[in-house]
Structure formats: structure tokens, C-alpha cells
Design a protein around this ligand. Sequence first.
Ligand code: PDD
Length: 289
Amino acid sequence: MSSISYLNGTFLPTHEARVSPLDRGFIFGDGIYEVIPVYGGKLFRLDEHLKRLDDNLVAVKIKQPLTHKEWKAVLNEIVLRNQPAHGDEQSIYLQVTRGVAERGHGFPDSHIEPTLFIMSSALKPLAASIAEQGVAAITHDDIRWRNCHIKSTSLLGNVLLRQQAYDEDAVEAILIRDGEVTEGAASNLFALIDDVLITPPKGPLLLPGITRDLVLELAQQHKIPSCEAFITPQQLINAKEIWLTSSTKEILPVTMLDGAAVGNGKPGDVWQQMRQHYQAYKKQLRGQS
Ligand code: PDD
């Protein structure tokens, strides 16, 4: 069954979607994206994702092509149209680029319309082996630019870092810049240090993750001591637990870091607790009409 996408006002089979090679997204990676999970047919934290999209479009001076009401209508339609192919649990990818223009680094002189593309893929549940064993990660110098709070489609740094992790039989690269741990190549980071759950503060060196915010909220609600603070590589090595969070992977427990065990080498107790809170939150969302 073919998946359905949305391109500039039209719903169509994904394999039929065509964008000009002069699109600035293709030529320069001049665009912004979002990834929104869908549980029980409902878009997860949609207002928060749309708010981040607004902030990003303003940051890179691309015109917001739709109102929030229009976004909600078209995103819900994509979810519905992809239910036959992907069911109720989906991952929605949306991208807005500056549009099509003759190649030139500066913004085009003449008026152009942004290109808007949305697609769906099936969202896979966490493998049982991950809950039992956790995942491996490596640490790496953060080779990306200094505007990592912008969810830009220019992802070459992230791509190379993630591949480096794969090449070393790990699932993620945890990044270090100027003596501080920042985030993963496509995830935010939490560490349990002296029984406090710590995540690096928001700023230009990391993406303000929607999952990160929810994990902090859930920690507060359930009285798990938590704070936003800088983490040094040495603190990371000594952390009892390390987690990676993202919309598609939720909360991954890291049990091996650069080939050495994290804590006792198993997904930790606090991760188990947080996982249950997160699943309960999702269940509540699924039940909402
Ligand atoms: N990536 N940091 C980076 C660099 C990311 O690319 C992501 C997500 C996150 C987590 O953000 P959120 O919780 O809002 O998903 C942090 C997405 C999933 C991706 O690129 O596919």
C-alpha cells in the first residue's frame, strides 16, 4: 500500500511527488523540518511542534506558509490518509524550504513561495532487546555549526556523526563542544549524576527537543530530582544512567559508552520509572477524543 504525501497543496502518492532541482532545499539545505510522532491516530504535542516550527522559520527568515489551523487540518489529513498503510502509530515528517530560485547564496531578489512537503512513515515500537540491554553510544567532538537550536534540513554534520556511531557498532554519537556535553547527533541527552537527572540547558548548541521538555515535566510531576545544567565529559563517564530522547526513539537507555559500561551496564531503575510515566502519558493521549 503506497504512502500518501502532501506537496504544495496537493495530496499524492509519495513516489509521485516531484520537486524542482533548483529548490533551495535541494541546492543549499535551505529549509526547516519537524518530526511529529502519532499515537492512536493523534499528533503528539502538536502545538509545541508548531511553535518550534514558527521560531525556526523566523530564525531563518522563511515565510510561514500556513496558519496553525491550516497546519493542523493538513497534518490530520495526512495521518488519516496514511492509516491504511501505517496504522495509528506514525511518524510525520514536514519540511518547509525557501522555495525554487536560480542558484545564488543570498536570498532571491524576486518573490518566491516556500516549498512545503509532508510525509508519513510507520512508527516502530521500541525493540524488547533495548529495554533489556540498552544501546551503545560513542562520544565525539561536535563538528556541527553553532546554531544547533535551529531544526535545519542542512544535516551533513549530524549525518556524518550518526554514521560514525554506526561504524563503531553504536546507535548514537554524543557530542562534546568546548568541554561540555551537548546532545546526540539526532537526540537530546539526560544523565543521572548523584541521583539527579540532568540535561544540558537550552541554547544555540542544542535542539530544544519536544521529548526533552516532556521528560523534564514528567520528572517534576513524579518527584524525580532533575535540573538543567552543564555536563562535563568526565561527569558523563561517571553517570549512573544516560538516556537519549527524541520523537521517534522516545527514551533510549545508553548502557555502553565508548565501549565501557554505564552504571551496572543495564537500563537503570530511573529509566524504567520514566519509561512507565512516558507510556502512561501516551496512553492518555490515545484515549482522548
Ligand atoms: N531529531 N537533537 C537533535 C539534533 C535532533 O535531531 C533531535 C530530533 C532531537 C530531539 O528532538 P525531539 O524530541 O523534538 O524529536 C534533539 C529528529 C527525530 C530527526 O531528525 O529525525
